[in-house]
Design a protein around this ligand. Sequence first.
Ligand code: NAI
Length: 696
Amino acid sequence: MSTADRQHWRIERDAERIVWLWADKADASANVLSSEVLRELDGHLTTIRTEAPRGLVVLSAKKSGFIAGADIKEFTRIQGEDSGYQLIHAGQAVLDRLAALPFPTVAALHGFALGGGLELALACRYRIAVGDERLALGLPEVQLGIHPGFGGTVRSVQLIGVKAAMRLMLTGKPVRAEEALRLGLVDRLVTVEDLRAEARRLILEPPAPHRAPLLERMLSWAPLRPWVQPSLTAQVASKVRRDQYPAPYAIIELWSRYGAHGAAAFEAEARSIARLFVSESARGLIRVFLLQDRLKALAGKSPAPLERVHVIGAGVMGGDIAAWAALRGCRVTLQDSDAARIEPAIARAQELFEKRLRDARKISAAAQRLSADPEGRTLGEADVVIEAIVEDLDAKRTLLEQIEPRVRPDTLIATNTSSIDIGALGTGLERPERLVGLHFFNPVAQMPLVEIVTAPGSGAPAVQAATAFARKLEKLPLPCRSAPGFVVNRVLMPYLQEAMRAAAEGVPLEVIDAAAVAFGMPMGPVELADVVGLDVAAHVGAIVAQGLGRPAPDLEPLRERIAAGKLGRKSGSGFYPWREGKAVKAPVSGTAPVDLSDRLILILLNECAACLREGIAADADLIDAAVIFGTGFAPFRGGPFAYARARGINAVVERLESLAQRHGARFEPDGGWALLASGAAGAQSVPTPPEQPVKS
Ligand code: NAI
């Protein structure tokens, strides 16, 4: 090997003839198994094998953890099944060589070992890990629409048995230290100081390698597999559809045909993942992953600390934002017009801490970070102030004017308004450039997106601090321009209103929702309106229409229910009755009207095109990201524009034209489509699925 080939691994040989192979990918803070990293590993393994050492220990030189997985960017360059197969086959071959070494091999893990990283560890004879709270071992490939491809579907079952391995692969969720030990995924848990000593001990006195218990191994025998397989398939089928998310079904099928046994099982794994790579599902989900990375990278660096947070308005949003910030380590004070209004928010925060933290000491520490401050005495100490009072321009403007003289000059002043123009809110401020919208979504703990809303006068330091703060809270910042509805509410409104129209035409609510779910939405628009709250939906709908100078939407169906106290989930009844947090629906009967799905989805897409044309967010990818992370838009489709590209922009435009003829001018294709078709919609930073016929 030339020196150029040796940039990602370091090799150390000691007096006891143990080889220590350190993963240390060049110019990266975390290790990933790119083709280059694997090729270099292959060279090392060939050399090490001929040296015939006492044993080999594979470990990571990075602080962050062992190996985070394969290099996902490489997946986007896969053109067809053949090239996907070549990529996977080459990786499998390297790990096969590792597994076949005739001396003891140990993977010494710390932090994370995920995807290909865990598969590499599975190819070693033993695994030990630093058993602290950071340890996360998992096979999350299914979240990218694929499955393990470097032998993981086979070796995981062999090591820990079918039930545990399926749980790892089908959910994609990592396991923590204690569970990893209990499952036999690692042989021992150690402290960081003992990692090397324990690895050495395993090499010098190698015990019999761990295998799944006999009963578990029996489940993989050919006569028993047909008995186990239906329950696995049923579990998956209760969550996702095969045509939208084929990967978990493929995992079960591989096992059910080959029983995690023999060369054929590895070959089938490679063939299967190669097919998945080119599926709409994997292309879409990989895109979602890369979009998420892009939003994370948008976070600015704030010169000031963002530790102390003061939230004004302890209602649904303010209370939950305060709780979330305390959970994420900020010291938070919460203000409202009187202490009694703050108490329910603090009680809700306690529930959140208990649910998320579990450990009593951490729960109490989080609770101590959150306190009531009805008079705003701590305003002067705050790094960030978030206004979350009622949605009323005058009330908000007055409050912001009162806040400004009481905070430090470098304090970020933010508003959680969902519909009021940021410029208008800042008119009474001495320095309006420090005001930014931090638009969280409801429920705060579950929604990953925060729109960072700016007016023409918003200053760069405030925007930077706002994006940095969103990341500190582990949310995804989406910079956008202050315009009615910003991005997410703007595109949601026509979608919800189209659902209301269909309902008014007599289409049963359940049928409307089923059409959206069949497209891949996490829930239908009627149910979504109930979740958002009919009062909130009516208010935002009216404001967005007014702001855009459009005819007022028909809000009668909402108003009737609001007048009857039916506000949706929060009041126990809206369009649907709600029991224990779930909408009670009648079984879907009859078929959906022929245009229904396209009416719902394409009107949303058309609004995305309008946002693009108006530059509400900087480019098409950001709009896709906003709609995916702000509404849950069918993840396997990769976002509204990715879906439109896959269907063909011209086909979408033609379909809109025909819908406009049949259903009205609201479907007239927006001028934004021409921008998209001409490629003037901003650089495409994240690949989209290639154009292909897609079922609508
Ligand atoms: P809410 O009505 O639940 O809470 C508002 C709170 O502000 C009340 O507790 C009220 O006592 C308090 N308040 C009113 N004036 C005050 C003042 N001058 N000083 C101190 N406290 C005052 O309202 P919600 O739903 O939490 O909304 C708050 C903001 O968040 C609004 O701007 C809304 O548009 C926005 N928002 C709401 C979402 C939702 O789904 N509810 C989603 C995203 C944003």
